[in-house]
Design a protein around this ligand. Structure first.
Ligand code: NAD
Length: 362
């Protein structure tokens, strides 16, 4: 974030143009607000059913604007959420959001193949960016998104809502503090039965496939429970309904090897309902079911239970990320965390294709 000290430094070197550019003016204003204005890009299921309702519960931010390609949705949202016309954009005029001081953060909630373009355009408009998972469809895109945000002095957070959930934070703590010694074996599954047939989740070019969509939850379960990054993977892709899954995998089994010697058997699917995490440590065990649902995540371990109440993961995520922007402190899941997963996702696809073991370089 552009700080007062940066502003003084700009002035000192005589760069009035830098000081009064829309970027610096907006970043400066954002710091003084007690509630940041968020603009949602893409008004599909997740924006409509989860994020917009959560933004009615938040303390540190509010729904200030929308970006949509559908005029009828703009009308509905405008009425429902009292959004002024000047804060409503389409995909063509989106870049002019740079001149709108009401918008501090752009939240990209589009199909994954579109994340890079809209994150980069938001960053160039001088706005902080929240981006839904999976961060992008390639490591190269993730790196370009991180660079665009750094170049434009804005921050990037990935919508890993579970990392804001105290139930997730508790199993992470048990792993990190080695409460039961080293992790030995992890089993983790995340999937649901998707009845749609022509959605972007079934299209390769839009970033479909169960691996980037639900598989990142299973991958996060293993990564967060061990506190380690996988060093190699093997994987097997499957299709149960070939009449629907012509371009992408419907189910993916993947096995991760960690530096400590721990191994994980993970699975994800658009054809099987499952949501669980199990960890066996040297001196104990942990089970969560569900582990990555919107609510009600809970579990038990050798020494007790994990069952913290949480009203809305999304409201907590939005509030915590906005507070981090206002205070210029570290985000819980910055762009680098999204990149860590996509690096493994790429290796999983390579392993599934080759049938061999793929090493992951950091
Ligand atoms: P969706 O299909 O319901 O909505 C996608 C939106 O993008 C729609 O408004 C659609 O009109 C718009 N769009 C613009 N151009 C498009 C194009 N070329 N093709 C298709 N749609 C286009 O999807 P969703 O379920 O809301 O998912 C959006 C993002 O949110 C994805 O990245 C997804 O992984 C993520 N998501 C996250 C969670 C979570 O728990 N964090 C849950 C659901 C979805």
């Amino acid at each position: 974030m552009f700080t007062r000290r940066d502003a003084i430094r700009s002035l000192a070197v005589g760069s009035a143009a830098t000081l009064f550019s829309p970027h610096t003016l907006l970043a400066g204003l954002a710091k003084k607000k007690d509630k940041l204005g968020i603009a949602l890009v893409g008004l599909g299921y997740y924006s409509t059913d989860l994020l917009a309702p959560a933004l009615q519960m938040t303390q540190n931010c509010y729904l200030a604007g929308i970006v949509t390609g559908t005029p009828a949705k703009a009308e509905q949202w405008k009425k429902k959420y009292n959004i002024p016309d000047k804060n409503i954009y389409n995909y063509q005029n989106f870049d002019s959001i740079a001149n709108n001081p009401d918008i501090d953060v752009v939240y990209v909630v589009l199909p994954p193949s579109m994340h890079r373009e809209y994150v980069v355009r938001a960053a160039k408009a001088g706005k902080h960016v929240f981006c839904e998972k999976p961060m992008a469809t390639s490591v190269a895109d993730c790196k370009a998104m991180i660079k665009a945000c750094a170049d434009n002095k804005v921050k990037l957070a990935i919508g890993y809502r579970c990392q804001h959930d105290p139930n997730t934070q508790e199993y992470m703590r048990i792993g990190r503090e080695k409460v039961y010694g080293k992790p030995m074996m992890i089993a983790c599954g995340a999937g649901y039965v998707d009845g749609r047939t022509t959605h972007w989740k079934q299209k390769k070019a839009l970033g479909g496939g169960c691996m980037p969509d639900m598989g990142v939850y299973a991958l996060q379960g293993a990564r967060l429970a061990t506190g380690e990054e996988p060093i190699s993977v093997t994987a097997q892709a499957h299709v149960i309904r070939p009449e629907i899954y012509k371009e992408v995998e419907e189910t993916m089994l993947f096995q991760l090897q960690f530096p400590s010697g721990a191994v994980a058997a993970c699975h994800t699917s658009f054809g099987i309902n499952m949501n669980y995490l199990q960890v066996n440590y040297e001196k104990g065990w942990l089970k969560m079911e569900p582990f990555s649902a919107y609510g009600g995540n809970k579990g038990s371990h050798s020494g007790g239970v994990i069952d913290f109440p949480i009203k809305s993961q999304q409201a907590k995520q939005l509030d915590e990320d906005c507070l981090a922007l206002m205070n210029n402190t570290q985000l819980i899941a910055p762009g680098e965390e999204g990149l860590r997963d996509i690096r493994v996702v790429e290796a999983i696809y390579q392993a599934a294709k080759s049938g061999g073991t793929v090493k992951i370089s950091s």
